[in-house]
Unconditional design. Structure first.
Length: 82
């Protein structure tokens, strides 16, 4: 139960951080559109992520985790806000 709650809090903080980033970099005219794209990206991620993980698992049980780590590292180089 403790692990389940930890995962839920982590997911919530990911969305909150993304929303704060969108609010910082968006102009007021584009803000609503960018929040919609953020929600769509999270929705697609929940659908596509397990499929990609399953396909990568064919190459070894560690490959999906390594791919996720590489993707997370690439996001560290996203443009800074403000």
């Amino acid at each position: 139960m403790c692990i389940f709650r930890h995962q839920n809090l982590k997911r919530l903080s990911d969305f909150t951080t993304g929303a704060a980033y969108i609010a910082d970099i968006s102009t007021p005219e584009k803000r609503a559109q960018n929040f919609g794209l953020l929600g769509a990206a999270f929705g697609l991620g929940f659908i596509i992520g397990p499929v990609v993980g399953g396909l990568l698992e064919q190459y070894g049980t560690r490959v999906p985790f390594l791919a996720a780590a590489a993707f997370s590292l690439a996001l560290c180089f996203a443009p800074k806000a403000g």
